[in-house]
Design a binder for this molecule. Sequence first.
Ligand SMILES: [Zn+2]
Length: 350
Amino acid sequence: MSANASGPGFMQRLAEGPVICAEGYLFELERRGFLQAGAFVPIVVLENPDAVRQLHVEFARAGSDIIEAFTYYGHREKLRLIGMEEVLEPLNRQALQIAKDVADETGTLLAANICNTNIFEADDPETHAKVRAIFDEQLAWAAEFSPDLVIAETFSFTGEAMIAVEACKVLGVPMVVTMAVHAHPTSMDGVDLNETCRMLEGAGADVVGVNCIRGPDSMLPLLQGIRDAVSCPVAALPVPYRTTDAMPTFQSLRDPGCHCIPDDRPFPVALDPFTCNRYELAEFAKAAYAMGVNYLGVCCGAGPHHIRAVAEALGRRPEASRFSPDMSKHAFFGTDAAVPEGYKKRASLL
Ligand SMILES: [Zn+2]
């Protein structure tokens, strides 16, 4: 039975407490060897559907309330870029079907997904029409799967996000619209982030906020301004990397300790040494929630352990919490009576 039919809907869940959404499918499935960094097109949906299904299941088990259909970068422009436009429709349908199946099985919410097209130009109305057409065709396929909500995400341009809001209305379900914030909290078409969020809410978005690009430490300072600017629920889904004031985005991180990275740019596949640990994501979730941000998650780079940490920080105990750390029975660091005393004494030798 779908979550839609068996439990509270998305907006009701948000009114009652935090809602968690795991993102970052591109990065995790790239690491696992199922799609290519660069173009970042989710052909894994068609070639290895079980890998997509498995990751959905892992995120649900870790506490994600939402299964986001993996149609991110599965739009016409991206498929044109890699010369595979002919698989556009089967890819979208398959992604939606996989996500719907997992959502039904796990009692989670199904989210349709559209995202930045990378063709929008503020001063070129022709691109606006093309962007709208890209959204419209993806949303028409999504409609057939009766999603509980739609996520329109990772927009660098306010104008493109506004087109997404209009397009998403066709589904008649709640929409979450999130901006990608680069080095400066102003969109690439020159609108202040808080004003952008106000505009999105005014146009009909049900949840507004930020996702991707910035890690916890450089995303957190943006949140109070958004919270104060809008009256709807706010979303925050950072990348799990240790961004800083000087390097606020994961594209801007530099790793002087390593001299073998092509182009000297850790983004996107050499970010490992900057990865946040689970406690850092937990701290972010707690701090954001305390500010009144109640749609939380993690984007590119997220693993199930990050999602579990967010869930536990918000007072949840998802299925995967059964295996949350307990060092009391560790061979040397353990405190349990069953751990031999001689080994406990050797802890200082480690
Ligand atoms: Zn991301």
